[in-house]
Design a protein around this ligand. Structure first.
Ligand code: NAP
Length: 308
């Protein structure tokens, strides 16, 4: 197998926490360079911008865009134009419509565009999907509450237009929901709480449904201190299924049926290598559309200012 030579663009928290180790652990993938204005790794070619990387860098086959969503579309377009495969961190951009030209460009250039949803690769998500496929579901509740100061320290982009605020983690829950539900779901109402000094919400309550009227609720909150929650609770005719820990553990009526250590990013790179071998695309915008709809439908309330 020829190695997929990958450059990471935007060497921030998630690149350091997950991408470097995941590439190292993925057969067929090699980290070949970094493009980031203020960060680098010893012994790896470094460039301040993606333009420099593409014009002066070593030979690479692919880029993994770990920058904030506000700058990713332009970077993806440059990389595709240079003949590179592109992996996008989630969320895939700042608007649903900006993905259309990228999808078309990737198709024309026969290069992979991979819009990743890392939470879908959490180990108990597929077992949960399979278990639910054989059950009658009566309701779903999502509780996704974390402390933004712990998980996103100093990330001003998250509070700016396109940064999504609490939907930055909340979209992970929606990526799981859209994977495990047997039918498409849609937003019917939302309440968004905006700090008076921010352009993105710090909390959101969503009501969703499917074509059968299934009641689905979701609570997203960035102000959580103490225990954090990344849980999806599904009531069914076979009992209460709880998918917790962001998709790492699945239990039915308290009995654990599936639990495994995190390997989400290794699975993502395994998939990227597989897609790039044929230039196939993997772009599912359904979680992103739910967020866009929540913004479109959402009632807005102003809450106290956020100070990091
Ligand atoms: P981050 O720590 O802010 O890192 C992003 C990096 O991109 C920055 O360190 C910066 O590096 C570069 N950058 C920032 N603004 C830029 C700009 N205007 N133009 C070009 N480069 C810019 O953010 P992160 O937490 O890694 O998140 C990045 C993406 O990964 C987000 O979409 C997020 O949703 C996703 N993600 C994050 C996590 C998490 O736990 N943090 C988990 C999963 C997914 P330089 O200053 O060196 O250029």
């Amino acid at each position: 197998m020829t190695e997929l030579r990958i450059a990471i663009v935007g060497f921030g928290k998630i690149a350091r926490d997950q991408h470097v180790a995941a590439i190292a652990a993925t057969p067929g993938a090699t980290l070949a360079a970094i493009a980031s204005r203020n960060a680098s790794l010893p012994d790896l070619p470094h460039f301040a911008t993606i333009e420099e990387l593409l014009s002066k860098g070593p030979p690479i086959d692919a880029v993994s865009l770990c920058t904030p969503p506000q700058v990713r579309r332009a970077q993806a377009a440059s990389a595709l134009a240079a003949g590179k495969h592109v992996m996008l961190e989630k969320p895939p951009g700042v608007s649903v419509s900006e993905l259309d030209p990228l999808i078309a460009q990737a198709e024309r250039s026969k290069r992979t565009l991979f819009a990743t949803w890392h939470s879908r690769y959490a180990p108990a998500v597929e077992p949960a999907r399979e278990w639910l496929a054989a059950r009658r579901i009566s309701s779903v509740h999502i509780s996704w509450k974390e402390d933004v100061r712990v998980w996103h320290p100093g990330q001003t982009w998250i509070w700016q237009p396109g940064g999504l605020g609490v939907f930055d983690p909340g979209i992970n829950a929606l990526s799981i929901l859209t994977r495990i539900m047997p039918r498409p779901v849609f937003v019917t109402a939302a309440t968004l709480s905006f700090p008076s000094n921010c352009e993105a919400p710090i909390a959101a309550d969503l009501t969703l449904a499917d074509a059968t009227g299934l009641p689905i609720t979701a609570e997203f909150d960035f102000r959580q201190t103490g225990p954090q929650s990344w849980d999806v609770i599904v009531e069914t005719d076979g009992g209460r299924m709880t998918l917790s820990g962001g998709g790492r553990r699945m239990a039915v009526d308290g009995k654990v049926l599936s639990e495994a250590p995190d390997a989400e990013y290794r699975e993502l790179y395994h998939r990227f290598v597989e897609l790039a071998a044929t230039g196939a695309a993997d772009v599912d915008l359904s979680p992103f559309r739910l967020v866009a709809d929540a913004f479109m439908l959402g009632k807005r309330t102003i809450v106290e200012p956020f100070v990091d």
